[in-house]
Design a binder for this molecule. Structure first.
Ligand SMILES: [Zn+2]
Length: 265
């Protein structure tokens, strides 16, 4: 099905119940379909633990532990300590997804700020990069990142959705950018402009599976097997081949997540 090799999906949620029927067959089929590695990202406390379980079960799976801004109202300091301890496991490659979401407002702003900062401090303490979720909260996200940027071990803006101008401002703070299915959408003009403004070295591929399927699967359940559509859309913008996009973003991901490389040796 897939003619490309070396794909790294830097953001997926295979702990989601929509995979309960076929999780084993789908995840097992990935290596033969060109998927070299997947970072399964925690959104809830439970999701963080399930991400670690997936990393233990599948050779090509890695975990990020953290709690999404929609869920932080139930986060506790004890949980943060358990996350810190869990990073002793070498396949935990990042803290995430953490950040701000003023669209859903699952938690109030004050609570979101408190736990975003707390999880940034956690990433500094355990010397791991962060994966950031930011929706309708551009200025506050940038301000908080700026506060910590000197001390961070890497900052990946997952499912980047702001302007080209903002991307360049965030790049100055050391941020990298996760590009997913939206790049294939007809109304994805803003993201196409951002990708055009950035260098391929600033970009990583991601699905956010089960969400945000690329065209022609928009609206359906997403999976890492659809990443070629994303690579092809980026290749069009950057005037390179899709395999070049995959190769460069593969190298970017291994540089950004040092434990992806360490584990391979
Ligand atoms: Zn996500």
């Amino acid at each position: 099905m897939n003619k490309y090799t070396g794909i790294i999906d830097t953001h997926a949620h295979y702990d989601d119940t929509s995979y309960n029927e076929d999780r084993v067959s789908l995840l097992s089929s990935m290596p033969e379909n060109g998927i070299e590695a997947v970072v399964n990202v925690g959104a809830t406390v439970k999701g963080a633990y399930q991400s670690i379980e997936l990393a233990k079960k599948y050779e090509h799976f890695f975990a990020a532990v953290g709690v999404h801004p929609d869920e932080v109202h139930i986060l506790t300091e004890e949980e943060i300590e358990i996350f810190a301890a869990s990073t002793a496991y070498e396949k935990v490659v990042a803290i995430g997804e953490i950040g701000l979401d003023y669209h859903n407002m699952g938690s109030d702003k004050e609570t979101q700020h408190k736990w975003f900062k707390r999880q940034l401090k956690l990433s500094i303490a355990v010397k791991l990069p962060v994966i950031i979720h930011s929706r309708d909260a551009e200025k506050d996200t940038e301000d908080i990142i700026r506060e910590y940027s000197d001390r961070l071990y890497g900052c990946l803006m997952h499912c980047y959705s702001y302007s080209a101008e903002s991307a360049l401002a965030l790049k100055k703070l050391g941020c990298k950018f996760g590009i997913g299915g939206v790049i294939t959408f007809k109304n994805g003009k803003k993201l196409k402009e951002a990708v055009d403004a950035l260098e391929l070295e600033d970009i990583m591929l991601e699905t956010d599976a089960p969400y945000l399927s690329p065209e022609p699967y928009r609206g359906k359940r997403n999976s890492s097997l659809y990443i070629p559509y994303i690579a092809e859309a980026i290749a069009d913008i950057k005037k390179v081949t899709p395999q070049e996009v995959i190769d460069i973003t593969n190298a970017n991901a291994k540089k950004f997540f040092p434990r992806l490389t360490d584990w391979e040796v």
